[in-house]
Ligand binder design. Structure first.
Ligand SMILES: Nc1ncnc2c1ncn2[C@@H]1O[C@H](COP(=O)(O)OP(=O)(O)OP(=O)(O)O)[C@@H](O)[C@H]1O
Ligand SMILES: Nc1ncnc2c1ncn2[C@@H]1O[C@H](COP(=O)(O)OP(=O)(O)OP(=O)(O)O)[C@@H](O)[C@H]1O
Ligand SMILES: [Mg+2]
Ligand SMILES: [Mg+2]
Lengths: 568, 568
């Protein structure tokens, strides 16, 4: 009979590390480089710091043949990580700061930890992390992972003086630079293409130094976090949003009374009921939600603190407007009526039953105004003032389904996205390919499943581009994707093109650069190497490519005419 | 500044459910069917029960258009699950019984839970599980998932009388049978092809009933669990194996003394030292390891229990043969010599320093005999009697690297695998395709990264096979793989074949069936739809296909000659 076990997420990814891109020394060296460089760029992007990222790979014993141990170090000038978060950030899988709905390279909370894990299981060496968040003190850690328990073990923690913020991380891992070198150099080269505001330097094991200095001096705006869009929800998400927005009635005990006094700024106990309520009214906007609920209850009980401490609230029946409490002094239960016209009644209603559907929609979702919310309520068959805390399970499913089917929600707000921009993309492609012809487009924002995305694409021909057929450079959220192009949506779209229709023959010196930005890239694997063919994304890529191909076609025909001219 | 969060594995797979095959209602309905059917077949295989699996998919409201809620139920005659394990097995991600090194369809501990999760987030309905392990009492559960905490919530648990063992599971989920139906029917059809000893029945939403009765009456042997092979280890695995095989010195306190007495079967305290040691000697083979260590310590101390309870063991220096203890009565430390000739000395040495390298290798790995272990020790530069508990970190890395490089370990033991067999495969293909020509091969066992695997392949031509080009049926551990064939190693191998070399022209009525069995299939995704192109697997597939293609070629030429005969 089978014996049951539970394994931790780090244990799961240890056993199935090919899922995360750590299948062999060649691929693992590449993936580890990616994970650290992408973390450095994410950190700088978030804080509006022009990135300066230094990558170094050195063989421990250069004489030995590959695969062999390498020391991989990445250093950045970013905001660093606070000392208390460092061990968990790097020692725990599914721990990170990028779980919100925001455009970033990272999204899983496991990339760096997996690289450290791979280093540890192949060379048994710890990871060294240096981090400074204030530019004065640098925390230096030596950590290893407890893979079975998914937690870090801090071997050393010291502090040093420093003069800059930033993070540096260094691991020793078994790699194969002979096989991985070309891809790693490509990755660095392409990273600087798509991040023209970053300076990236790379010292490789052979002693070669690669330096890609920034060619753009201004930061693009940092990506911002956004509320969910109705098209992206399911019942679980709805339930959590409702759960966040309603509270249970707090117990009115001495603890609570102390909190009320603190928030009202009262030191002495001797304010009477009227004075308490007046002070609460003046300070209303600064009171926390729980305290407002207590004040609301007090408004109906008409009691001061002394009396309040002698009762227990038993029931608040909002629909029948009755409040029932047990009086310890009198040892009996009382029920009083609540005046539904008061703001205090509204406060209690919101608390017990949650906000109205219209208020919930306009506050919790992006781009839903009052009119849209009311039209939606009508479409879904709910009263606009329906209290979301009173929805049955069936009603929650109806709400979730209707949110996805209502046709007139505005498309998701793309202002949270940070695409590269047509101009920097063109500048970067010119610098890298020095082409005879270039054309670039940034499509308008679109969305899939409630996630906004933007497609940017560039096509370049001739110049320094070697002939030999179309070369496709794929990027997603400013990450170069170098593996698994066979199952990527961009290649699917490119291979549909019949180039002869666009006057391009044979094996042309042609480059296509494609960049997709989104609050959530639909990667097919945890290793983030290829993008799934969501119909909306495929469509946008196709429209972009057709636009650029027509531009190329008119260049090719002008060029064809010019050559015929020359021959005469 | 980013705020850090930890998410649970169920939260991770909720947010990234496309990684597990739950990307949309069409794919999710298919994946949910797979997960439940594969669990049922695994359970029957493990216990040698001829499987009888019933699948039913019914629309909740047949009038509505797709996608819409369906009730998916799967029932089997397997061994069931013990009541105490049911909530966790289905309510927790990364919880299961298939984490050991054994051929099985399941391997991640999350398939069923993901299907239940998808049902819950699309219809808010609980899962119903009925399980009987003894054929008398059936436990019936109604569960929902706490996705954020990765644990089940039991809504109901009742018991009923029953007359059979087995498990049935039923969820309500949003699916699209209009789009998924063809693939689901394919899946059921192909499952019965590769599992000819199983009866599979399927009631579909349109009221159609599909019945695939078993065509083979005997069970293949159940797969067995095996020890790891040296080629599959890394430092983490080595450290855990060593950790399992050595113990720290147990504290000799009253608790320990009570345990010793219990294991020696002593009720009274009044046996003297000699009598204790004699009794221990007689019962040695039944004593637990910790107790043997205490007895060993006592043999050097020459104390009975009363004296023993007054001391504390401070140090056991095996290499210098000295035992140091603190006497509470005398308030001072004593050091005594240990006689290295005694078995008791060996016991302590094993405990403190672990077993010898040779003993470790022969016991903990498969197919390593004493001679091989000694040759390996020489190759790796260790003394054969080196105590594995005394290895430094560098030595552990050297051991791990050498284990992977030593060229003369026997290839992994394939007797733990349960391939279908050439004859049942041929029988199944004949029944399904009724071909004019068929040839089948089961390759000898091979291995990749220490995991044994076997390739079985069949080729069929003509008969009831419709013309239109080669159709490839892929299987892994008796699971039909119906998606993502573009990035599967089998298609890569098939597409290299130039069929004209084998006298096959045009779009032939040709079928290729490929089956890979292993203790670990290198899937590319958590959704288990395609297999990675590990070189050893690719090679085996290629050799199998070349062998079968030559058989087909000689049939085609005979057939060609026969037709030319006819024409004359
Ligand atoms: N160079 C860095 N500077 C600042 N913060 C960093 C740096 N590297 C990592 N971090 C922090 O550590 C966290 C964990 O990093 P990790 O790479 O494991 O996960 P992630 O980047 O969130 O997601 P992914 O798995 O997709 O990479 C990040 O979320 C980030 O907050
Ligand atoms: N029909 C069944 N009969 C007996 N045991 C079952 C059945 N279905 C599930 N189980 C048990 O529940 C566990 C969890 O199932 P689950 O599908 O989530 O994971 P798994 O099968 O181990 O791995 P995978 O994620 O690869 O499917 C299994 O390991 C098995 O022990
Ligand atoms: Mg990261
Ligand atoms: Mg399973």
């Amino acid at each position: 009979k089978g014996t049951f076990d539970q394994i931790s997420p780090s244990e799961f990814f240890y056993r199935n590390r090919d899922l995360a891109g750590f299948s062999n020394p060649t691929r693992s060296l590449y993936t580890a480089v990616r994970e650290f460089v992408e973390n450095a760029l994410d950190a700088c992007d978030q804080q509006g710091i022009l990135p300066d990222v230094h990558l170094s790979i050195k063989a421990v014993d250069p004489e030995k043949p590959d695969p062999k141990p390498y020391i991989l170090s990445v250093k950045d000038n970013g905001p660093g990580i606070e000392s208390k978060h460092v061990p968990l950030a790097f020692g725990t899988v599914l721990y990170g700061s990028k779980f919100g709905l925001k455009q970033a390279r990272g999204m899983f909370g496991l990339g760096a930890t997996m690289a450290i894990l791979y280093g540890q299981i192949t060379t048994n060496k710890p990871v060294f992390v240096k981090s400074s968040t204030d530019g004065k003190i640098q925390d230096e850690f030596e950590l290893i992972l407890d893979i079975q328990k998914n937690k870090p073990i801090v071997l050393k923690h010291e502090t040093q003086d420093t003069s800059k913020t930033g993070l540096s991380i260094s691991i020793c891992l078994e790699g194969d630079y002979a096989k991985a070198g070309a891809k790693i150099r490509d990755y660095v080269y392409q990273t600087s293409l798509i991040t023209p505001y970053a300076t990236v330097t790379f010292d490789d094991p052979k002693g070669e130094k690669f330096r890609y200095t920034k060619i753009v001096r201004s930061m693009p705006p940092a990506p911002t976090i956004i509320s969910p869009h109705p098209y992206g929800v399911d019942v679980e998400t709805i339930k959590r949003m409702i759960g966040d927005s309603k509270f249970s009635i707090p117990t009115v005990d001495n603890n609570t009374i102390e909190k009320v006094k603190t928030e009202l700024g009262l030191r002495k106990k001797d304010l009477n009921y009227t004075e308490i309520m007046e002070r609460a009214k003046r300070r209303w906007s600064s009171l926390s939600r729980n305290i407002r609920v207590v004040i609301a209850v007090m408004s109906f009980l008409k009691m001061d603190f002394a009396k309040l401490s002698k009762i227990r609230i038993d029931d608040i029946d909002v629909s029948r407007k009755k409040l029932t409490y047990w009086d310890f002094g009198e040892s009996k239960s009382f029920t009083i009526d609540m005046d539904p016209e008061t703001d205090y009644y509204k406060q209690l209603t919101n608390t017990v039953q949650g906000e109205t559907l219209v208020s919930f929609l306009t506050k919790r979702f992006q781009r839903v105004g009052r009119t849209t919310a009311e039209k939606f309520a009508d479409f879904a068959g709910f009263k606009p003032e329906k209290r979301i805390g009173t929805m049955t399970n069936e009603e929650l499913v109806k709400l979730s389904d209707s949110l996805q089917k209502f046709p007139t929600f505005l498309s998701p707000d793309p202002s949270c996205l940070a695409p590269l921009g047509a101009e920097p993309l063109e500048k970067g492609m010119k610098a890298f390919f020095n082409p005879d012809f270039i054309s670039v487009i940034q499509r308008g924002a679109s969305a899939y499943s409630g996630f906004p995305f933007v497609v940017e694409m560039g096509i370049a021909y001739g110049g320094d581009i070697p002939p030999g057929g179309t070369k496709v450079y794929r990027f997603a959220n400013r990450i170069p994707l170098l593996y698994d192009e066979g199952s990527d949506v961009v290649l699917k779209v490119v291979e549909e093109i019949d180039w002869s229709r666009y006057k391009v023959k044979g094996d042309p010196p042609l480059v296509i650069v494609s960049h997709i930005c989104s609050t959530r890239i639909p990667y097919k694997t945890v290793g983030k190497e290829n993008v799934a063919d969501r119909p909306e994304i495929e469509r946008e890529l196709r429209l972009a490519l057709q636009f650029l191909s027509r531009k190329l076609a008119s260049y090719m025909s002008k060029r064809g005419l010019a050559e015929m001219e020359k021959k005469r």
